[in-house]
Ligand binder design. Structure first.
Ligand SMILES: Cc1cc2nc3c(=O)[nH]c(=O)nc-3n(C[C@H](O)[C@H](O)[C@H](O)COP(=O)(O)OP(=O)(O)OC[C@H]3O[C@@H](n4cnc5c(N)ncnc54)[C@H](O)[C@@H]3O)c2cc1C
Length: 459
């Protein structure tokens, strides 16, 4: 239990406004998981010294600490329980500096991706990473989950965007590894341990993020392909096309596209050509006219080559948003079929078609009341797979083994970009190399011997 004495000590560190319990906490949205706020105590430091003091106190008193950024995480990493405290990093929200020359930003961990994107855009730069939860997801949360998103096939995942990191360790000491350069070989690259650690090793308070030149004028198309193999071949062709700068290539299997387009509209997209596979493609160019006509030409050639059966090019920002909405508002599936079972997997591109065929056949064999839907980031072979229907809840174990059946044999992963949290702990323990798992446990025990950091998550 969090006693009144503990609350008083925490209040003395962060001030009365930095501590929320009871009704004050009920005004806060729990985010992606309804159990995120179950601890009932939220501590919100305003700077890293306060973060350090809170951790030092919690370590001495063996109080579990669950770090929270924007609470958009999708693997249960932010779930908290009574007896723990939630450590909100929302107050560490300063963009300290942006260097257009070095193309870097130094930010506190509670800065949202959108705030960084907007600040970078002012000097014609981009964060080089983009996810649909950008308005709430924080840099600290994205580092801690090693977020991916739509641009990862060009600029890498969060791990590749971080040049330097500041982390408060469970004993309150501060690891300052705020390098601003790509080439930095100074022994073990310890910051990498904290990237993707989901708050189990320490609290990220500051980061140096590598920026990229901003996109210029974009052209966007919705494309129907005869198969996933054709979609992959099209991606390969467009990536090699030097007249195009391919920014995004998002994949939607037929089942997902049909459901999303029918429910989100507009009618013109809902009536778009039937096909097994769809892509949203986006390119950019310094010349707006050229962006549009180069993509149009490339798609014309792709139609002649049989890689594409039909394509719609967005003619306005409104049309572009309508196309993107079909892919980004994927929660439409939950609104139409509540209680679906979701997976976040990676499949090597050469095995994509075979994996999708096997998945759809295996799900169809479960009966007419269950449906499998897939969409994702094509360039990385990252699929978000949903299995929906009334029978799903009673058949979860079977569905899980169907989805994971041969993933590791083909070189894929059961955990692509959302992390392990609590949701994928059984898979981590069952599927990863036991030597790796033992090393992970040893690292956890060394850095966090009292086990205060995000208890029960990952290891
Ligand atoms: C609509 C939608 C679209 C999404 N699209 C994508 C996508 O394309 N790609 C993708 O990768 N993810 C995506 N996500 C998932 C989610 O946005 C990411 O996982 C994001 O990185 C989480 O950031 P957050 O600030 O919300 O972290 P939270 O949800 O608050 O926390 C996530 C984890 O990180 C830990 N944590 C948070 N902040 C810190 C910190 N400062 N120090 C240490 N640990 C910390 C938490 O304890 C928890 O384990 C999406 C989510 C939604 C709702």
């Amino acid at each position: 239990m969090i006693t009144n004495d503990i609350l008083a000590s925490l209040r003395s560190i962060v001030g009365a406004n930095g501590l929320k319990t009871g009704e004050a906490l009920m005004l806060i949205h729990p985010g992606s998981d309804p159990h995120n706020l179950d601890a009932g105590v939220m501590v919100s430091p305003g700077n890293r010294e306060q973060v350090a003091a809170v951790l030092r106190f919690c370590n001495e008193n063996k109080v579990g600490v669950v770090p929270h950024g924007g609470r958009t995480g999708l693997a249960g990493g932010g779930v908290s329980t009574i007896g723990e405290i939630i450590l909100s990093l929302a107050g560490l929200n300063r963009i300290e500096s942006i260097s257009a020359t070095a193309r870097i930003a130094i930010v506190e961990s509670g800065v949202t991706l959108q705030a960084l994107q907007e600040a970078a855009a002012e000097v014609n730069l981009s964060a080089g990473i983009n996810i649909a939860s950008r308005g709430s997801a924080t840099i600290g949360g994205m580092i801690s989950t090693n977020a991916g998103g739509m641009e990862a096939f060009r600029h890498g995942v969060m791990r590749h965007r971080v040049l330097g990191l500041e982390v408060v360790l469970p004993d309150g000491s501060i690891l300052g590894d705020l390098s601003q350069v790509t080439k930095c070989n100074e022994g073990y690259d310890l910051k990498q341990l904290f990237i993707g650690a989901e708050g189990t090793l320490g609290v990220v308070t500051r980061a140096v993020i590598k920026l990229t030149p901003a996109d210029e004028f974009t052209a966007t198309a919705l494309v129907a392909c005869p198969s996933a193999t054709h979609a992959v071949a099209l991606l390969e062709k467009l990536q090699r096309d030097r007249s195009l700068n391919l920014l995004r290539a998002e994949f939607m299997a037929s089942d997902y596209f049909v459901l999303a387009a029918a429910n989100l509209g507009p009618a013109s997209l809902a009536a778009f050509t039937d096909a097994p596979a769809y892509l949203i493609l986006e390119t950019d160019d310094p010349d707006q006219q050229a962006a549009q006509s180069r993509l149009e030409d490339a798609l014309g050639l792709a139609i002649e080559a049989g890689l594409v059966v039909d394509a719609i090019l967005a003619q306005s920002e409104k049309e572009r948003n309508e196309i993107w909405n079909i892919r980004e508002d994927s929660s439409v599936v939950d609104r139409v079929h509540p209680g679906g079972y979701w997976f976040d997997i990676s499949v090597p591109l050469h095995a994509l078609e075979a994996w999708l065929t096997r998945f759809h056949e295996a799900i169809a064999a479960l009966g007419p009341d269950i449906k499998g839907l897939a969409f994702g980031h094509l360039g990385d072979g990252n699929l978000h797979v949903g299995v929906v229907g009334e029978a799903v809840q009673s058949d979860k174990d079977r569905i899980k083994s169907l989805v994971y059946a041969n993933l590791r044999d083909i070189g894929g992963s059961f955990s692509a970009e959302h992390g392990i949290g609590v949701d994928k702990k059984p898979e981590l323990h069952a599927l990863v190399d036991p030597v790796k798992l033992n090393l992970m446990r040893a690292i956890k025990a060394t850095i966090d011997p009292n086990g205060i950091m995000n208890p029960g998550k990952v290891v």
